[in-house]
Design a protein around this ligand. Structure first.
Ligand code: URA
Length: 238
């Protein structure tokens, strides 16, 4: 249960005083009935309308986004556009946050959720969640690089754990890593003398980027996809 005014503020409808005014004016219905008391306790599964239009009151969201290049992975930034600009404003208001980061120029799968515990556990190094990337590089790849990745690479400030590199073309490879350090994949290639010219994430744990989802678009996860991620996090699905 939640106070009606607080619920509407959380949904990003307006400030506390703005939503209290709307409620007192009779602009809000809950389960079809006008409620004019801002402090009324509501079940947040109830149906809401605002000015006779349905208002989605859900406080839980789990989103798959096909990140385009050029956006920061951040909740907000003073100067630059972020992935949150692609979602309805209410998603940020209810705390739907990216799980991990992709660099500004990286494309592909980004998972965002309102479940802070799920977010935290999927990123925890103890959970060993696989992330798969397709990388274009500036020179040929051979068994030498595959072996170096398999052995684990010494980077300036940490040792990257063994990773799987599969050669997919003359200058491209699929990399599976379990860690998620800053610029991890680019730095691993750099350690074997290759520069990454394009990077695209295909999967995160059991979640795969929906091939029908165009760049810049997003959708809610299916129940099955969500169950998979909760299993990856060793949590019980809600
Ligand atoms: N590794 C990188 O170097 N960049 C990313 O965006 C993700 C993984």
């Amino acid at each position: 249960m939640m106070r009606l005014d607080r619920w509407l503020v959380t949904l990003g409808v307006g400030s506390r005083s703005q939503v209290q005014k709307l409620i007192r004016q009779g602009a809000v219905t809950v389960n079809g009935l006008p409620v004019t008391d801002p402090s009324a306790a509501c079940d947040t599964g109830a149906a809401l309308t605002l000015h006779r239009q349905p208002l989605d009151g859900r406080l839980t969201r789990h989103v798959m986004l096909h990140k385009p290049a050029g956006l920061l992975t951040a909740a907000r930034d003073k100067k630059q556009p972020t992935v949150m600009d692609l979602l309805p404003e209410s998603y940020a208001s209810i705390g739907c946050m990216p799980v991990g980061r992709l660099d500004k120029d990286t494309t592909g799968l980004l998972f965002l959720t309102t479940d802070g515990e799920l977010n935290h556990r999927l990123l925890s190094p103890t959970r060993h969640v696989d992330k798969t990337y397709l990388a274009q590089v500036d020179g040929p790849l051979s068994e030498k690089e595959v072996a170096a990745f398999a052995e684990g690479l010494h980077l300036s400030d940490f040792d990257a754990k063994p990773a799987l590199l599969e050669i997919t073309g003359p200058a491209s490879g699929r990399v599976t890593v379990q860690e998620g350090k800053f610029h991890q994949v680019k730095r691993m290639f750099s350690a074997v003398g290759r520069e990454v010219t394009a990077l695209h994430r295909e999967s995160f744990g059991s979640l795969r980027l929906d091939p029908t989802l165009p760049e810049g678009q997003w959708r809610e996860l299916t129940d099955e996809e969500l169950r998979g991620l909760y299993a990856d996090a060793q949590m019980e699905a809600p």
